[in-house]
Design a binder for this molecule. Structure first.
Ligand code: GLN
Length: 230
C-alpha cells in the first residue's frame, strides 16, 4: 500500500503520520507538498494535524483551496481511503468531503491530553481491528474540536452509522453528540479529532492508534486481492 501524507505550511503531525505508516505498518509512504496537483499512484491519502496556514480565518479554511485538494477530492470520489486527523478533519469539513463544521472548544482553550474514545462503528475499513464499543486511549491536541452539525445532519449520521468515534466519559470540547470522528456515506473518508498516529507505539503511552492504520492496510490487501482473483 502506497500512502501519501499531505504537507501544508503549518502541518506539524506529518512526521508522526509518516512514521506510523513506515515503521508501524512497514509500508511505503511519501510526503506530498500541498502545491502538488496529482495523487496518482497512491492507494491511501492522509491529511495530518497541525495549523495549516496558521489557522487563519478558520482552521482548514485556507488549506481547502490548496493545489492538491482537487486531487484529494478525486481520490475520495474514486473510493480510495482518505483519513483526516485533527487539522486534517477540519480541512475535510471545509472541503465539503464531510458534513458539519468545527467550533472553538467549549472552554475556549487549547486542550492537549489523552482521552477515552469509544469505537461506535467497527464495521468501517478504518476500524475493523477494534471491537464494537471498545474504549481506546488516544491523545487530542486542538483548540477547534467542538464538532457541530444541524439536526438533519446529526440524524443522517446517526441513522447511517456514520459516527465512528465518540468521547467516552467526559466530552473535552463540547462536540455535538460527543462526536470525535465521522465517516462519509461511501465509507472511505474518515475525519477524526484524536490523533491515532500519536498512539502508534507502546513507547508513546498507547498503541491503540496503530490498529486504525492496520485496519486500512488490511482492507486494502483484501480489496486488491479480490481484484486479482475476480
Ligand atoms: N493538532 C492539530 O491538528 C491542531 C488542530 C487545530 N489547528 C486546532 O488547534 O484546532
Amino acid at each position: 500500500m502506497k500512502t501519501a501524507v499531505i504537507v501544508f505550511p503549518g502541518s506539524n503531525c506529518d512526521q508522526d503520520m509518516y512514521y506510523a505508516i513506515k515503521d508501524g505498518l512497514g509500508e511505503e509512504v511519501d510526503y506530498v507538498w500541498h502545491a502538488e496537483t496529482s495523487l496518482d499512484g497512491y492507494d491511501a491519502i492522509m491529511i495530518p494535524g497541525g495549523f495549516s496556514y496558521g489557522d487563519y480565518l478558520r482552521s482548514g479554511a485556507i488549506a481547502r483551496f490548496a493545489g492538491i485538494m482537487p486531487a484529494v477530492i478525486k481520490a475520495a470520489q474514486e473510493g480510495k481511503p482518505v483519513l483526516g486527523v485533527c487539522n486534517g478533519f477540519q480541512i475535510l469539513l471545509e472541503a465539503g468531503l464531510l458534513p458539519g463544521a468545527m467550533l472553538k472548544n467549549k472552554h475556549l482553550k487549547f486542550i492537549c491530553e489523552t482521552v477515552n474514545l469509544q469505537v461506535k462503528n467497527n464495521g468501517t475499513q478504518f476500524t475493523t481491528r477494534y471491537n464494537q464499543n471498545e474504549v481506546i486511549r488516544i491523545p487530542i491536541a486542538h483548540g477547534e474540536g467542538n464538532y457541530f452539525c444541524d439536526d438533519a445532519t446529526l440524524k443522517e449520521l446517526q441513522d447511517n452509522n456514520r459516527i465512528v468515534f465518540t468521547y467516552s466519559g467526559e466530552n473535552p470540547n463540547g462536540s455535538r453528540a460527543d462526536i470525535a470522528g465521522i465517516i462519509n456515506a461511501a465509507g472511505n473518508v474518515l475525519g477524526m479529532m484524536p490523533h491515532p498516529e500519536r498512539a502508534a507505539d507502546a513507547l508513546l503511552g498507547s498503541d491503540d492508534g496503530l490498529r486504525l492504520f492496520q485496519s486500512i492496510l488490511n482492507h486494502w490487501r483484501e480489496s486488491t486481492h479480490a481484484a486479482y482473483t475476480s
